[in-house]
Design a protein around this ligand. Structure first.
Ligand code: GMT
Length: 381
């Protein structure tokens, strides 16, 4: 199949999932055409049956806000026609699904068909998509897509609860390459960061307010409680990074905290971690938590959104009430101080990642979804 994929190229779960899906589909023999504003960050090379088409946004004196959505639509039309796409799969409803549906309608007017699959990821449904300035467009784009998937049952239900949507939504969970995300021997790295054998807590995110990164510092501060036998590593960057650094200084723990910035080989950092903290206010899936689990790192997370579909409380980590910093501290302390418990949970986390969320198990569900969509969509409009 010739498949177009549109996603955000920046640091974020939906772009990661879209890019890894495209690479996996290419390995399975499909021809993949990424259409995006920039090279997706996990797409380090473009070769063989993987192509990248950059969307050019025109500036013009009249445009206070250059209309990216329209440039994307035109690019989709162009690629669909010239490459002969069999299907276009867009990740994140805003604005990708609306551009895709518009492109489809333009092509239809020329008697060309382009089935559209939309994957809902997160705040396109749970937050920003519900804003009245977007909601009607989001609902329309979902209803007009030929296939719709959501990354968790929670997200599927949120879509039905908050939008006037009649489409069937199939839940296809996020996935991970468990050959890449596997615990590695990184003793030299661990030695460099933890010369006195300190335990390591990790948080990976794009530092948006919803990630509650400052709570990670607060939990760390409570854990330390005078004794400095634990280090905290932050991976990623975003709007809350500076306030989080400030919080670490205010609480006097800055010397034991490292901000590593955006790092691609996350699995190497996860390989020296003992606990992963995710106190998010909302999380439809929690891909970063899955990456940690695959590297044998138990996750302590908020009991919100789709996280209970990923983390088995008391088995692969702990789910704590939102904003309950004492519970987060207690669960983390338990893992850091009880080696047998930690070993059991680390092994269970890895098993769950491999058994349920391995890339080779999940990607065929997308292929089946594409086949179903193509079977019901007309070959020529
Ligand atoms: O919707 C967002 O907040 C952005 C999106 C992203 O691109 O990072 O994150 C969402 O999609 C990820 C991939 O499916 C999920 O793992 C994240 O849980 C989800 N983020 C939120 O729900 C806050």
């Amino acid at each position: 199949m010739k498949i177009g994929i549109t996603c955000y190229p920046t640091y974020g779960g939906s772009g990661v999932v879209a890019t890894e899906l495209g690479k996996a589909l290419a390995k399975r023999g499909h021809e993949i055409h990424f259409v995006a504003s920039d090279l997706p960050f996990r797409l380090s090379h473009v070769a063989g049956n993987i192509f990248f088409h950059e969307v050019n946004v025109q500036s013009y004196p009249l445009f206070d806000y250059p209309p990216y959505t329209l440039s994307l639509t035109s690019k989709m039309v162009d690629i669909a026609k010239h490459v002969g796409l069999d299907l276009l799969h867009v990740h994140y409803a805003l604005p990708h699904a609306s551009s895709a549906v518009m492109a489809q309608q333009i092509l239809n007017s020329e008697h060309l068909a382009l089935p559209v699959v939309t994957t809902l990821h997160g705040t396109d449904i749970t937050l920003i998509g519900q804003d009245p300035s977007f909601a009607p467009v989001v609902a329309w784009s979902i209803n007009e897509s030929d296939g719709v998937t959501a990354v968790s049952s929670y997200l599927r239900q949120e879509t039905y609860d908050h939008f006037d949507v009649s489409q069937d939504i199939e839940v296809i969970p996020n996935f991970i390459d468990t050959d890449r995300f596997v615990r590695q021997d990184k003793e030299h790295f661990k030695q460099a960061l933890c010369p006195n054998g300190e335990k390591v807590i990790v948080h990976v995110s794009n530092f948006r307010p919803v990630k509650n990164a400052q709570q990670v510092v607060e939990v760390f501060h409570r854990l330390q409680n005078g004794a400095s036998n634990v280090k905290l590593l932050f991976v990623g960057d975003g709007p809350d990074r500076v306030p989080t650094e400030r919080k670490a200084r205010e609480l006097g723990v800055y010397d034991d905290v490292r901000f590593l910035g955006k790092q691609d080989p996350v699995e190497e950092i996860l390989s020296i971690a003992d606990v992963f903290l995710m106190p998010s206010g909302s999380e439809t899936f929690g891909l970063a938590a899955l990456e940690a689990m695959a590297c044998e790192v138990p996750v302590v997370a908020s009991d919100v959104g789709g996280l209970p579909e990923l983390i088995v409380d008391g088995e692969t980590g702990y789910l704590c009430p939102l904003d309950d910093l004492e519970a987060f501290t207690e669960c983390t302390r338990r893992l850091l101080t009880n080696d047998d418990l930690h070993a059991d949970m680390a092994a269970a986390a890895r098993h769950r990642a491999v058994d349920t969320f391995d890339i080779d198990r999940v990607v065929p569900h997308y292929e089946e979804h594409y086949e179903q969509v193509r079977a019901k969509a007309p070959v020529e409009a």
